[in-house]
Design a protein around this ligand. Structure first.
Ligand SMILES: Cc1ncc(COP(=O)(O)O)c(C=O)c1O
Ligand SMILES: Nc1ccccc1C(=O)C[C@H](N)C(=O)O
Length: 421
C-alpha cells in the first residue's frame, strides 16, 4: 500500500501549519532532543525541559542553596507550596489564591483529599468512580473503601469516550459521599463535562474530586466558577515540572475548615516549630501539607508557568486542538487503511491534549518506533497514545512520527521484519 495523494498532501501541509503557528517560535525555548529524536509524542507523560530551567537549577545551587543553607526556609521555602500553588491556580486552574498547594505525589495527595472528603460526609457510605480512570485513582479508592467501610459504586463508561453527566446522575444519591473522576481521560482523551457533573453530585449532597493530571496546563480549567470541591493533578506532564515533580491539590475555601486530612505531619500543624505534644491543623491550605516541601522539585514548573503565561492558556488550547485534529486527519488517511482505529472523540471540544489510536500490533510496533526516534507510548490492551505538548511539539514532528507508523505497519503487512537500525 502506498500513501494516497490526500495522505501525501496532508503530510506536506505540516510545513505550512508550522509557518502559520503563532506559538512556533516558543519551541526554541526548550532544550533540543538528542540528534536521534524525530518526534516526541509523549509530553502528556513527561514534558520536555526548558533552557531556562537548566540555568535555574544550576543557579539555585550556587545562588540560593549554598549561600543561604537552612536560612532558606525562612526566606521563602516554607511558603513555596502555597505561593507556587497560588501561581499555578491562578494561571491554569481558575482558582483564587489560598486554595491550591503543591506537595506530595498525585497518589498521596489524592489519598489525603479523598479520605478527608469521605470522613466529612459521615453516614454516607458510597464512593462513585469509573472503570476507565487511571489505576492509581482506582487503587487508592479501593484502599479508602476498605479503611472506612465504604462501598465503591463503579460507572462503566464507553472506553472510546468517557463518563457522561447522565451516567453520574444515574448512580448518585443520598448515600453518595464522594464522586472521583478525571477531567481528561488518560486513555481516550475524553473531556468530561465537569460543571454539569459537579452540579449533579452537589444536588445529591456529595462532594466531587477531579483528577486534572491530563488537563493542567493544556485545557483551561475553571475550578472556582464550576464550584468544584476538590482537585488534584501532576506537574510533570504539561507543566514540565520534571520527573517526579510534586503534585498539586485544590480545596475550595468553603470546605477547608471542615476537612481533616489523614497524614498529620508537622508541616501541616498550626505551629510546626513549637514542636508540641499533639496535632493541631493549621488554618487554610497549609493543613493539607504533611512533610517538608520538595523545594528543588518545584523549581522547573515555575519556568513553564512563566511560558504558559507568556503564550496564554487559550492560545495553548487552540494549538492543542489543532495538533490533535492533525493527528486524527493523518490517522484517517495513513493508518486506518491498516486497520488502526481512532479511540478519541472526533469533536475537538470533547477531547483533551492527546489522541489514542488502537491496533493489535502496537505492542510490538512501539519499541521499534522508539528505536527510530519516534516516541509515543503504549497503553494496554493495544493503544498507541499520541501526546501533543502545544508549546514544544511541531506539526512537522507529528507528520514525521505518523509517517513512520504507517511505514512500519506497511512493512509488517508485507511480512518484513521490523528491523532495528
Ligand atoms: C490521571 C492520572 N492520575 C494520577 C497519575 C499518577 O500519579 P503519581 O504522580 O502519583 O504517579 C497519573 C499519571 O501518572 C494520571 O495520568
Ligand atoms: N509518572 C509516570 C512515570 C513513569 C511512566 C509514566 C508515567 C505517567 O505519568 C503515565 C501517565 N500518567 C499516563 O497517563 O499514563
Amino acid at each position: 500500500m502506498t500513501t494516497s495523494t490526500t495522505g501525501s498532501q496532508l503530510l506536506a501541509s505540516a510545513a505550512g501549519l508550522d509557518a502559520a503557528d503563532p506559538l512556533a517560535v516558543l519551541r526554541e525555548r526548550f532544550v533540543p532532543g538528542d540528534g536521534e529524536l524525530i518526534a516526541y509524542l509523549d509530553g502528556n507523560s513527561l514534558g520536555r525541559p526548558l533552557i531556562a530551567t537548566r540555568e535555574h537549577l544550576f543557579r539555585f545551587v550556587d545562588d540560593v542553596w549554598a549561600p543561604r543553607l537552612i536560612r532558606g526556609w525562612d526566606e521563602g521555602w516554607m511558603d513555596s507550596p502555597l505561593t507556587l500553588g497560588d501561581a499555578l491556580g491562578a494561571l491554569t486552574l481558575g482558582a483564587a489564591a489560598g486554595q491550591t498547594v503543591v506537595a506530595d505525589s498525585t497518589t498521596v495527595m489524592l489519598y489525603k483529599l479523598c479520605r478527608a472528603a469521605v470522613c466529612a460526609r459521615p453516614g454516607r457510605r458510597q464512593i462513585v468512580l469509573d472503570t476507565e480512570n487511571f489505576p492509581t485513582d482506582r487503587y487508592v479508592l479501593e484502599g479508602i473503601a476498605a479503611e472506612t467501610g465504604t462501598q465503591l459504586v463503579w460507572i462503566e463508561p464507553d472506553p472510546l469516550e468517557g463518563v457522561t453527566a447522565d451516567e453520574v446522575a444515574a448512580v448518585v444519591g443520598p448515600d453518595t459521599a464522594l464522586v472521583v473522576l478525571s477531567h481528561v481521560a488518560f486513555k481516550s482523551g475524553f473531556l468530561a463535562d465537569t460543571p454539569a457533573i459537579t452540579r449533579i453530585a452537589h444536588a445529591a449532597g456529595a462532594l466531587v474530586l477531579w483528577d486534572l493530571c491530563h488537563s493542567a496546563g493544556v485545557v483551561p480549567v475553571e475550578l472556582d466558577a464550576w464550584d468544584v470541591d476538590l482537585a488534584v493533578g501532576c506537574t510533570y506532564k504539561y507543566l514540565n515540572g520534571g520527573p517526579g515533580a510534586p503534585a498539586f491539590g485544590y480545596v475550595a475555601s468553603r470546605l477547608q475548615g471542615e476537612l481533616r486530612q489523614p497524614v498529620q505531619g508537622w508541616m501541616g500543624h498550626a505551629e510546626p516549630f513549637t514542636m508540641g505534644p499533639g496535632y493541631a491543623p493549621a488554618t487554610g491550605m497549609r493543613r493539607f501539607i504533611s512533610g517538608t516541601p520538595p523545594v528543588v522539585g518545584m523549581l522547573a514548573m515555575r519556568d513553564m508557568l512563566d511560558l504558559i503565561g507568556e503564550a496564554g492558556l487559550d492560545a495553548v488550547r487552540a494549538k492543542s486542538s489543532a495538533l490533535t485534529a492533525y493527528v486524527i486527519d493523518l490517522a484517517d488517511e495513513l493508518l486506518t487503511p491498516f486497520g488502526v482505529e481512532i479511540a478519541t472523540p472526533r469533536e475537538a471540544a470533547r477531547r483533551g491534549g492527546h489522541v489514542m489510536l488502537t491496533h493489535p500490533s502496537f505492542r510490538e510496533l512501539i519499541p521499534a518506533l522508539w528505536e527510530r526516534g519516534v516516541i509515543p507510548d503504549f497503553r494496554p490492551p493495544q493503544g498507541m497514545r499520541v501526546g501533543l505538548s502545544p508549546l514544544s511539539t511541531s506539526f512537522g514532528e507529528v507528520a514525521a512520527g505518523l509517517a513512520l507508523v504507517a511505514r512500519l505497519l506497511e512493512e509488517r503487512g508485507q511480512g518484513r521484519l521490523i528491523s532495528v537500525r
